[in-house]
Design a binder for this molecule. Structure first.
Ligand code: ADP
Ligand code: MG
Length: 717
C-alpha cells in the first residue's frame, strides 16, 4: 500500500485509512499552513495583496519566505528550486542545496528568505527567440505568490519547489506564466467594468480552467525498444493492427487492475501536491485514458497541469509504464487532446457564463456570452494558431479531432435565445411566449446537447476548447482566450456606455449591444458535424479562416490584428510576441528534424536489415525446396519479387529523406525553412513510412526488430 508523506497533522498513514481531505495539499505550503506560521498581520497582508492582485511589500514577502523555508526544512527538504515554465512549454528547475560553509570544513543549513524570492538561474540556453540578445543576457526567476510552493519527493530526499515567473532584466516575459497572468488581469479589468455597467458589484474577476488530460500507456519494456517512442514520443512507423478501436469496447470500459494501480498512485501524488484530480476513465482508443481535475484559477490550473504531466510520467516509470502524452502516438488510432474548459467568475464565486435565475442575471450572462462569441469570431485564426505545432498536425482535421476550422457550438437552447435576440424580440420579458421553452431562465447545464466535433463548445456554464493538444502547455491557449474575450468585452463596454448615455434604460441598452454582437458573429456559430467535408465547404462560404497545418498557421502570428490583441493591453510587447513566434518556428523544425532523423536511422539500421534478412531466408528456403526436386509455385516467387522490389523502394526513399533533410537544414531563412520541413521533409518521411508499413505486413514477425502495434495496444495486464 502506498504511503502518504508525513505532515504536521499526522504521521505516515495507509491510504485506505485516511480520507483524501485529510492529506490533500500536505506537500504544499498552503494558505492553511501559512496561517499557522505567519503573524496575523503578515497573513492578512498576504491574503489581501493576493486577492487584489497587488504586489507584496518586501516585509511581508520576507516573512512568508522565511516561514516557507522553515516549513520545508522541518519536512526534510535539503534543496530548493525555482520552478518555471520557459517559452518551450516544458517545465524547468535548477536545484540548490540549503547548505553553506559555517567555518572552514563545517557545513550548516543556512538560507535567507530573499533567496527564495528571486533567483538568477544560469538559464541562458533556454530558447529565448532572440529576446534576451536584444536586451540583457540574464534571466531572473521571481517568486509567484499566487501559486503555492510544494515539496517534491525524490528517492533520497525532498526538494522545495517554488513556482516562479521567468523574466529578463527589464521585465520582459521569458516564460509562459507572465503573459498568462497579465491576460488574467486584463480580462479581469474588462469584466469588472462590464459588471459595473450591468450593476453587479465585483472587485476582481478570475479566469478559471479545468483541463482534461488524455494520454496513452504502453508497457515500458516495449516502449524502450522503439527509438521513435524514445526520441520522438510517437511511433513513426507501424502497420495498423488487425483490431484497432473499431469495436470501441475500451471507452468507459472497466479499468484494468494494473492501470488502476498507476492511476491511484498518480492521484495520490496529485492530492499531496494540492492538485484536485477528480475524474479518471478509459478513452476511445485502446490503452488511452483521461484524468481531469476540478477547475481552478487559470494560472494555478496551468501550473498544476504541468505538474500533472510530470507526475504521470514519473509514476508510470515506477509501474513499468511509458506515458505517451503525444497527440498522435499511433497512426490509425484516435489521438489525444486536452480539453481546456474555461469560464469567468467574480471574486464572490459567481460564474459569469452561467445562465442565471433573474432577468438581470440573464442579461449579464448574455453579455458575457456575446463577448466570448465576438472574441472567437474576430480571432478564430489566432485560436487556431495557438494550438498549431508539429504534434497537433496529426490530429486536427483528421476524422477524429476537432477540425482546423474554428467554430463555436452553443446547443439548441442558447441558439434559440440568440435567434430571438437577433429577431429583435424582448427576450427578457417575453421569454415564455417567444422562445417556446418554459422560461429562458431555465437554460440548464444538462440541456446543452453534446457535439464532440466542435473545437469550441459551450457546455452549460463554461466553454470547452477541445482542439488543444495533449502534450501542450495550456498557458498560451488560456492567454489567447483571455486576450480575445477581454478585447471584445472592452468594445462591448464602450458601446454599452454610449447606449446608456443616449438615454436607453439598461435592459434595452444591453439587448441592443448583445443583438449587434449576435448578428456580427453569426458565421462562427455551427451546430453540425465538424468532421464533415460539407462543413469545410460551408465554412469557406462563410469566410472562416482555415489554416490546414502548422506551416499555414504560423503566419497568423504576424497579422496586425493578432499583434494588437496582445500589445494594446500589454499582455505581450511586440518583441515578446516576436520571440514566441520565432520559437514556434524553431520548435516545429526541430520536431520534424528529429522525426526524420529517427525514422531514417530506424529504417536503415533496424527495419531494412530485418526485411532483407527475411527475404534472404525465404529465398534460401525456396532454393532448398527446389534442390530436393520440389516444384516451387510461381506465386511464392512472385511474392518474394514484390517484397524485394519494395525493399528497394524503401532504400530509395531513405536516400530521398536524407536529401530533403539536408536541404531543409541548409535553408537560411527561418520562415522558408519551416516551409521546406513542413512540405518536403514531411512528405519524404510519410512516403518512407508508407512503404515500411507495407513491408512490415509481410515480414516474418519473429524477425521484426521492434514491438508491433498489436503488442503495444494489447490490454495492459
Ligand atoms: P466532460 O468530459 O463531460 O467534458 P469532465 O468532468 O471530464 O466532463 O471535465 C469537465 C472539466 O471542466 C473538469 O475539469 C471541470 O472541473 C471543468 N469545469 C467545470 N466547471 C467549470 C467552470 N465553470 N470553469 C472551468 N472549468 C470548469
Ligand atoms: Mg470534456
Amino acid at each position: 500500500m502506498a504511503k502518504v508523506q508525513a505532515n504536521s497533522d499526522f504521521d505516515i498513514v495507509r491510504l485506505d485509512q485516511v480520507k483524501v481531505s485529510q492529506y490533500f495539499g500536505c506537500n504544499t505550503f498552503s494558505e492553511r499552513t501559512m496561517k499557522e506560521r505567519l503573524s496575523k498581520d503578515s497573513y492578512k497582508a498576504f491574503k489581501s495583496a493576493l486577492k487584489k492582485g497587488e504586489h507584496l511589500s518586501s516585509d511581508v514577502a520576507h516573512a512568508v519566505a522565511t516561514a516557507m523555508k522553515d516549513w520545508a526544512m522541518e519536512h526534510g527538504a535539503t534543496h530548493f528550486t525555482h520552478w518555471f515554465l520557459p517559452m518551450t512549454g516544458a517545465t524547468a528547475e535548477k536545484h540548490d542545496a540549503f547548505i553553506s560553509w559555517d567555518e572552514p570544513g563545517q557545513v550548516v543549513e543556512r538560507f535567507s528568505g530573499t533567496m527564495l524570492i528571486q533567483g538568477e538561474p544560469d538559464a541562458s540556453s533556454f530558447p529565448s527567440g532572440g529576446l534576451r540578445a536584444t536586451f540583457e543576457a540574464r534571466g531572473y526567476t521571481a517568486w509567484d505568490p499566487t501559486s503555492p510552493a510544494f515539496l517534491m519527493e525524490g528517492p533520497l530526499g525532498i526538494t522545495l519547489c517554488i513556482p516562479t515567473a521567468f523574466i529578463g532584466y527589464h521585465g520582459e516575459a521569458l516564460d509562459q506564466k507572465v503573459p498568462l497572468m497579465r491576460s488574467m488581469d486584463v480580462v479581469s479589468k474588462a469584466a469588472v467594468t462590464a459588471l459595473q455597467l450591468l450593476g453587479t458589484k465585483a472587485t476582481h474577476v478570475v479566469a478559471q480552467c479545468g483541463p482534461e488530460q488524455e494520454y496513452f500507456l504502453v508497457d515500458a519494456d516495449l516502449a524502450k525498444q522503439r527509438p521513435d517512442l524514445l526520441f520522438a514520443n510517437r511511433t513513426l512507423q507501424g502497420a495498423r493492427p488487425p483490431k484497432g478501436q473499431e469495436l470501441e469496447d475500451h471507452y468507459f470500459g472497466s479499468i484494468q487492475a494494473r492501470v488502476l494501480g498507476f492511476m491511484q498512485e498518480s492521484e495520490l501524488e496529485c492530492f499531496k501536491l494540492g492538485i484536485p484530480a477528480k475524474t479518471r476513465h478509459n478513452e476511445v482508443a485502446p490503452n488511452q485514458f483521461e484524468i481531469a481535475p476540478i477547475y481552478e484559477a487559470a494560472n494555478i490550473a496551468s501550473d498544476h497541469n504541468q505538474l500533472l504531466m510530470e507526475i504521470l510520467k514519473s509514476v508510470g516509470e515506477r509501474h513499468g509504464l511509458a506515458v505517451l502524452l503525444h497527440e498522435k502516438p499511433f497512426a490509425g488510432v484516435n489521438g489525444s487532446g486536452k480539453h481546456v474548459n474555461w469560464s469567468l467568475s467574480t471574486d464572490e464565486g459567481q460564474n459569469l457564463l452561467e445562465p442565471g435565475h433573474t432577468p438581470e442575471q440573464n442579461l449579464q450572462f448574455l453579455y458575457f456570452l456575446a463577448a466570448t462569441l465576438k472574441g472567437i469570431h474576430r480571432h478564430g485564426d489566432l485560436m487556431r494558431a495557438t494550438i498549431a505545432f508539429a504534434g497537433n498536425d496529426h490530429r486536427l482535421g483528421a476524422n477524429e479531432a476537432p477540425p482546423a476550422i474554428m467554430s463555436v457550438f452553443l446547443g439548441q437552447q442558447v441558439n434559440r435565445v440568440l435567434d430571438a435576440i437577433e429577431a429583435g424580440e424582448d427576450i427578457v420579458s417575453r421569454a415564455k411566449e417567444s422562445l417556446g421553452i418554459a422560461n429562458f431562465m431555465t437554460i440548464e447545464k444538462d440541456a446543452t446537447d453534446r457535439n464532440r466535433t466542435s473545437p469550441f463548445a459551450f457546455t452549460g456554464n463554461k466553454f470547452e476548447f477541445r482542439a488543444v493538444g495533449s502534450s501542450q502547455a495550456i498557458a498560451m491557449p488560456l492567454t489567447v482566450i483571455n486576450a480575445v474575450v477581454a478585447e471584445a468585452l472592452n468594445e462591448l463596454n464602450e458601446k454599452l456606455e454610449q447606449e446608456l448615455k443616449s438615454g436607453k434604460d439598461l435592459k434595452a441598452a444591453v439587448q441592443e449591444v448583445v443583438r449587434a454582437a449576435v448578428v456580427e458573429t453569426k458565421a462562427i456559430r455551427f451546430e453540425g458535424n465538424g468532421y464533415s467535408e460539407e462543413w469545410k465547404r460551408e465554412a469557406a462560404k462563410r469566410g472562416l479562416p482555415h489554416a490546414k497545418d502548422t506551416v499555414q498557421a504560423l503566419a497568423i502570428w504576424e497579422q496586425e490584428k493578432v499583434q494588437e490583441v496582445f500589445t494594446k493591453p500589454g499582455i505581450l510587447t511586440a518583441e515578446e510576441l516576436e520571440a514566441r513566434t520565432h520559437i514556434r518556428h524553431e520548435q516545429y523544425q526541430k520536431a520534424l528534424g528529429i522525426e526524420a532523423q529517427v525514422l531514417r536511422e530506424m529504417a536503415e539500421t533496424q527495419l531494412l536489415p530485418s526485411i532483407t534478412a527475411d527475404l534472404g531466408a525465404r529465398a534460401g528456403a525456396l532454393a532448398k525446396l527446389a534442390s530436393v526436386g520440389l516444384d516451387v509455385p510461381e506465386s511464392l516467387k512472385s511474392a518474394l519479387q514484390v517484397q524485394t522490389h519494395l525493399a528497394g523502394v524503401a532504400q530509395d526513399r531513405i536516400e530521398e529523406l536524407r536529401k530533403q533533410l539536408a536541404i531543409a537544414e541548409s535553408v537560411e531563412s527561418l520562415h522558408a525553412r519551416t516551409v521546406v520541413f513542413g512540405h518536403q521533409v514531411r512528405q519524404a518521411q510519410d512516403d518512407l513510412r508508407d512503404v515500411l508499413d507495407t513491408l512490415e505486413e509481410s515480414c516474418d514477425a519473429d524477425l521484426w526488430p521492434v514491438p508491433k502495434y498489436r503488442e503495444m495496444l494489447a490490454p495492459l495486464t
